[in-house]
Design a protein around this ligand. Structure first.
Ligand SMILES: *Cc1c(COP(=O)(O)O)cnc(C)c1O
Length: 852
């Protein structure tokens, strides 16, 4: 049938009135992290729920009317439904952490991300970045933050994976049926679908706005697939990370510029924008444009006002992984738009470059994001320091250690990843507060009181379920490939529900080294075929469609898994998604993570296993550098970085096998008379108590609130007051400091020399500084001091502001202070001058420093 002649219509389920609450529950994704709500939908029809990606809406749409009539008279079911509905009601009304701590702030936070992984039935995510964003929303809801998520509504989402006979990844893009997603359309004042437009070269592209409710928090999704757009424009929001660079920049224009326009059209202009990765960096430009247009400001002033209310999180420690566009594309797509911001070609391009004059440098989205944000962070301590080194060219005068990029370590939404049996176990032994206060160490310490046998049996249920899933999936995979019936039958004999189970599931990117264990295939074969201590492996993960190297890794793992010596003990589950992830993290004994340090910015899958009693076996990279304490899992190596990669693979694969052979398998199989692995259980408890309260998104979102959102909101509010008086002053100040800075000089440093001092004494320093046209209160003169290392450098400098009493000497100003001598040793010090302004987040933000 020709496309034009198709008319669509929708058939909605006819729910009896008594069952209406099911509809309400299905449209608030709160259900997906509430075990009782999940159980309720499963109860409607377990097989159907399983077959339909655990989608309540599809479930309700596919259930026979006769089944509804049954349920309508099933007292047990009705009581269950009413209990869950009351729990949602209670959740939405309960007082929150944010109300308690920040109710005085009228912040409105918009969190922009190219993907959100909330649940497998809403396929607008590809992997870690999206799942993190989804968990961020869930915790923002738990904590009561005034936060909204913004993303695109991808008609086809990310691809579904299957493997061909050779183990080569194939991609499928099934269309999302919008009517079976928990979407509601946003409407305009007339009740028609809300439409906003964004400029693309030579045309305006129209966007619809959809809404998904995630607990207390809304997620808005922009959709270009509407009739007023040309067919090629309707396709822009088809695929997540699909298409070419043109698709990518168009999607980013829709996300950033369209996102702000949609919020404005809904009368929900944020006071703070958080850009999750550089994809959303155009939000900054659109907010600047609005201020210029509506308040008649110049670019510099609008920039100050917007920057103060913008936060940025970078995720990518590999330069090539950061989104960038050839400059001609930036000009093609943004040239006309930039003119409205008062920017010529060079000024536009400069926003995306570390070295504005370098014509070879492309237009980088991370660079733009770093320039428009007032606080930026990496996603683990190690990644923070890697990012400071990576982007130090943007602050050329600062030492790498002081580049203003901090870190907030990722987490996971605890309840979303816990097996229901574990949630019940914690309810019983920890009390129900663990759900509301997952960051409370004292609550998690009660894990010690859980009887070993109960903890172990609860964990074993997860392993049994995982093995059953792996067998069922393998069977389906073999059938689809047309394997002989004997082989399909054989799927029921792979894996052992009692054997030590090691999981490895993540994106297949070469740096994650998915095939590392097979580097020593004989040793691993001996381990998996051991009579009394068998080890088994379950793999899953997708490779980006254009990543040949990643696809080759998958192929290698799959080909190994088909060899006779591995067939029964190594399984690759196709089509890794949040559902497979839940089975895995709830079922494994050990989670393997062997990236090349420091390329795993944080990693989150290893955090998901902790609450479920799994133990981590990982390279000291990303979050594990902070998580590992010597007793709550295992570290491969000691945090080394290598230049000879083949040598690294050899060393680390051997270290990994040594650990499994000598520690992990023996500990797992050492059972007492009652059949319990007591030492293993002790480690499980250590892991739960030390890791669960830290590596969760409630802690993470609290930190974003305290360090980013609230301070940014306050700074932005201050700069915006009185028709942006503060922003005007700050822009003028920045201009003046920039032009005067060349005159700032340390003229003289006066300090005792040579003599030895005793601990407890003080070391007086006087400095004479020439400030050009700047006032003494516009700078901070600092003493940087600390213990000298073998090379005569100060390893960990401390800084001490020196005071001016207004005294001058000619045209210079005197500053003085005293260094306390708190420890003995060889000390060194230096003097530096930085510009200071109370409206900036910190002294290093302008990137200006003059050393004495
Ligand atoms: C958690 C998760 C990820 C991220 O895992 P990493 O360890 O951070 O690579 C990716 N995909 C899915 C489906 C997940 O659930």
């Amino acid at each position: 049938m020709a496309g034009r002649s198709i008319r669509s219509f929708t058939v909605l389920p006819r729910l009896p009135d008594r069952l209406r609450p099911l509809q309400t529950l299905a449209y608030n994704l709160w259900w997906c992290w509430n075990a009782d709500a999940v159980a309720l939908f499963r109860r409607v029809n377990p097989d159907l729920f399983e077959a339909l990606d655990h989608s309540p809406i599809r479930l309700l749409g596919s259930t026979d009317q006769s089944r509804f009539e049954e349920l309508e008279h099933d007292d047990g079911f009705l009581a269950h439904m009413d209990r869950v509905a009351a729990a949602l009601d209670h959740y939405l009304k309960a007082p929150t952490w944010y109300q308690e701590h920040h109710s005085g702030d009228s912040a409105q936070i918009a969190y922009f991300s190219a993907e959100f992984g909330i649940h497998e039935s809403v396929p607008v995510y590809s992997g870690g970045l999206g799942v993190l964003a989804g968990d961020h929303l869930k915790s923002a809801s738990d904590l009561g933050l005034p936060l909204m998520g913004i993303t695109l509504m991808y008609r086809e989402g990310y691809f579904r994976q299957y493997l061909n006979v050779d183990g080569w990844q194939q991609e499928r893009y099934p269309e999302n049926d919008f009517f079976t997603l928990p979407l509601t359309p946003e409407l305009d004042a007339q009740g028609a679908p809300l439409v906003v437009t964004v400029p693309l070269p030579g045309r305006e592209v129209a966007l619809r706005v959809w809404h998904i409710q995630v607990g207390r928090v809304p997620l808005y999704l922009l959709d270009a697939n509407i009739p007023q757009n040309k067919p090629e424009d309707r396709a822009i929001t088809s695929q997540l990370y699909g298409g070419d660079q043109h698709t990518r920049i168009q999607q980013e224009i829709i996300l950033g510029i369209g996102g702000i326009r949609a919020l404005r059209a809904m009368n929900k202009m944020p006071t703070v924008c958080h850009m999750n990765e550089g994809h959303a960096a155009f939000t900054g430009l659109e907010r600047i444009r609005l201020l210029i247009e509506e308040e008649g400001l110049d670019f510099a002033t609008a920039y100050e006002a917007v920057k103060a209310g913008t936060c940025f999180t970078t995720h990518t420690p590999v330069p090539a992984g950061n989104d960038s566009f050839p400059v001609h594309m930036a000009e093609q797509y943004l040239g006309d738009y930039a003119a409205k911001l008062g920017l010529d070609r060079n000024a536009l391009v400069a926003l995306g470059r570390q070295h504005p004059g370098n014509e070879q440098e492309p237009f980088g989205m991370t660079v733009l994001a770093l320039k428009v944000a007032n606080v930026s962070n990496g996603v683990s301590k190690l990644h923070g320091s890697v990012s400071r080194r990576m982007w130090k060219e943007l602050w050329p005068e600062l030492p790498a250690g002081e580049v203003p990029i901090t870190s907030i370590t990722n987490g996971v939404h605890t309840q979303s990843w816990l097996a229901p049996e574990f949630a019940q176990l914690y309810d019983r032994y920890l009390g129900i507060q663990w759900e509301e206060r997952p960051t409370d160490f004292a609550i998690w310490k009660r894990v010690e009181q859980i009887p070993d046998g109960e903890l172990w049996r609860t964990h074993e249920r997860g392993r049994e379920r995982l093995v059953a899933l792996a067998r069922a999936r393998l069977r389906a995979q073999l059938k689809r490939r047309g394997s002989p019936p004997s082989e399909v039958e054989g799927a029921d004999e792979v894996l052992d529900p009692d054997a030590l189970t090691i999981g490895f599931a993540r994106r297949f990117a070469t740096y994650k080294r998915g095939d590392l264990i097979f580097r020593n295939a004989e040793r691993i074969a001996a381990l998996v075929n051991s009579k009394d201590r068998p080890v088994q492996f379950i793999f899953a993960g997708k490779a980006h469609p254009q990543d040949r190297g990643g696809k080759e890794l998958i192929q290698r793992v799959v080909q190994q898994s088909r060899k006779p010596e591995f067939r029964k003990r190594v399984v690759f589950i196709e089509d890794y998604d949040m559902s497979v992830a839940r089975y895995l993290v709830q079922g494994v004994d050990v989670w393997l993570n062997n990236p090349r340090r420091p390329l795993e910015a944080s990693g989150t899958s290893g955090m998901k296993i902790c609450g479920n009693g799994g133990l981590n076996l990982s390279i000291l990279d990303g979050w594990w550098v902070e998580g590992y304490d010597g007793d709550n899992g295992w570290a491969i190596g000691a945090g080394e970085e290598y230049t000879d990669l083949a040598y690294q693979d050899e060393v680390e694969s051997r270290a990994l096998l040594d650990l499994i052979e000598q520690d992990i398998a023996p500990t797992f199989y050492k059972r007492d008379a009652g059949g319990l692995p007591r030492e293993w259980i002790r480690r499980m408890k250590r892991s739960i108590m030390s890791l669960v309260p830290v590596f969760n998104t409630n802690r993470m979102v609290e930190q974003y609130t305290e360090r980013c959102y609230v301070p940014s909101h306050r700074r932005a509010a201050k700069l915006s007051a009185n028709h942006l008086q503060g922003a005007k002053e700050l822009a003028a100040w920045r201009r003046r400091v920039g032009s005067e800075w060349g005159q700032v000089r340390v003229e003289n440093i006066d300090a005792p020399t040579g003599e030895a001092l005793r601990v407890g004494a003080t070391f007086p320093v006087k400095v004479r500084v020439s400030l050009g046209g700047l006032r003494p209160d516009e700078v901070e003169v600092q003493l940087c001091y600390g213990v000298l290392d073998a090379l005569g450098d100060i390893a960990e400098p401390k800084s001490l502001p020196l005071e001016s009493n207004g005294a001058t000497s000619g045209s210079s100003v005197l500053f003085a202070g005293e260094v306390p001598c708190r420890a003995s040793g060889q000390f060194g010090f230096g003097v530096r001058v930085l510009p200071k302004n109370a409206n900036l987040p910190h002294l290093f933000e302008p990137g200006l420093v003059t050393w004495g």
